[in-house]
Design a protein. Structure first.
Length: 189
């Protein structure tokens, strides 16, 4: 019997309405969870590291805003900086890219999901949260193509349901999650 694939990366994408879900998740993550988590959140280009400072208040895990050539460490939460796309060079390094916006967004959830899928394949989970545009759907498709897992926030629980609803209609997903159970599902990995 084939063993369950080891999850080596979790990438979470969100836009309008996703921050509360992320905070609730971070508060409830087990300290022993040893998987890197990458957050791709749409925000204003000049937002600085306010998001990192905010999230650090809710976790004992290191919270790092990615810089070019950041080395990937387990048990760390990474935030994609405003106005950059995040790419995975390997399972060891991430890089930043300032090419044109995708789906009116930089960072683009699609760009990061696709890059992660190409590097991590079946050893990753892509999670799409609340948001107002279609960013993330195409990327989730790549994650499925490379045999990764796809989780989508239940649109009925999303502050802005367009993003998860669009993804549910287009993508073969593994799990529909509610904000109050997200950390629990991750902790069970």
């Amino acid at each position: 019997m084939e063993s369950q694939d080891t999850i080596e990366l979790i990438v979470i994408g969100g836009s309008a309405g996703s921050l509360q879900v992320i905070i609730q998740m971070i508060k409830n993550l087990d300290d022993t969870l040893d998987i890197p988590i990458v957050l791709v959140v749409h925000r204003k280009a000049q937002s600085g590291d306010i998001l990192r400072t905010l999230l650090e208040q809710f976790t004992n895990k290191p919270v790092v805003e990615v810089e070019d050539k950041t080395e990937i460490q387990n048990n760390t939460i990474y935030i994609v900086p405003a106005d950059y796309h995040l790419l995975f060079e390997s399972k060891k390094y991430m890089s930043l890219d300032s090419s044109e916006k995708m789906n009116y967004s930089r960072p683009s959830i699609d760009v990061t999901f696709r890059s992660a899928a190409e590097v991590y394949g079946k050893n990753m989970i892509g999670i799409l949260l609340s948001g107002a545009n279609a960013d993330g759907t195409e990327g989730l498709g790549y994650i499925k193509k490379y045999k990764g897992k796809v989780w989508i926030q239940d649109p009925e629980t999303a502050e802005v349901d367009y993003m998860p609803k669009h993804a549910m209609e287009e993508i073969d997903y593994d799990l529909i999650i509610r904000p109050d159970s997200l950390a629990n599902h991750i902790n069970q990995l």
